[in-house]
Design a protein around this ligand. Structure first.
Ligand SMILES: [Zn+2]
Length: 208
């Protein structure tokens, strides 16, 4: 199949599908072609099931009114679960990290999703994150401890330091803890093994 110059969408729908697949994480040109040929030979029902699943996820999922995790209801299953401890909040960068921590089975509190981390180089400032919402929740009185589970990266550390300062400045400060060391550095929390995340949670310490 001939490559087309420039970035304009190819008129050829098969090439367009390959280009779209190639944009997915971890999918190179060869994998994209393999998937495209698979979808081409699959039944219409099978291929459309994938298209419909993508459409439904984009249409139905939105941030939970409390924690910001993605849900189809107004409040996510964790925030609605009366058995979860409302006095401990675990702060993560992305919804995928909620899933990673849940897999460890260690945490019984609730979450707060920032939707990123402070990164001036990428134009992400504190006001672009759900920090105001976090402070509102921490101020409401029910929260006794905030666990900062920011990614083990330079930007994650900077975000955690900023949040510590903000939380300490509240009229009735809450206990602020951070995960124990031991998570693979420079990666996203969701890449760590569930067991490693569980140990880091159990070993969490109050921030200095
Ligand atoms: Zn929620």
């Amino acid at each position: 199949m001939a490559m087309r110059p420039g970035n304009e969408p190819p008129a050829d729908s098969f090439e367009r599908l390959i280009r779209e697949l190639e944009r997915l994480p971890g999918i190179g040109r060869r994998s994209a072609e393999r998937i495209a040929y698979h979808l081409l030979s699959a039944s219409s029902e099978e291929a459309m099931a994938l298209a419909v699943a993508i459409r439904d996820v984009k249409k139905n999922l939105h941030p939970c009114a409390d924690c910001g995790d993605l849900t189809e209801a107004e409040h996510c299953a964790i925030c609605s679960d009366g058995a979860r401890d409302p006095s401990v909040l675990c702060v993560v960068e992305w919804p995928r990290e909620v899933r990673a921590i849940e897999k460890s089975g260690v945490f019984r509190g609730r979450y707060h999703v920032l939707m990123g981390r402070i990164s001036p180089i990428n134009g992400v400032e504190p006001e672009d994150l759900r920090i105001g919402e976090l402070l509102t929740r921490a101020r409401a009185g029910e929260v006794k401890e905030v666990v900062l589970a920011c990614s083990p990266t330079v930007e994650g550390d900077a975000t955690a330091s900023f949040l510590t300062g903000q939380l300490r400045g509240l009229p009735s400060p809450v206990k602020v803890t951070r995960l124990a060391r031991g998570l693979p550095e420079g990666s996203d929390l969701s890449f760590a093994q569930a067991g490693t995340i569980g140990e880091a949670l159990k070993g969490r310490r109050e921030t200095p």
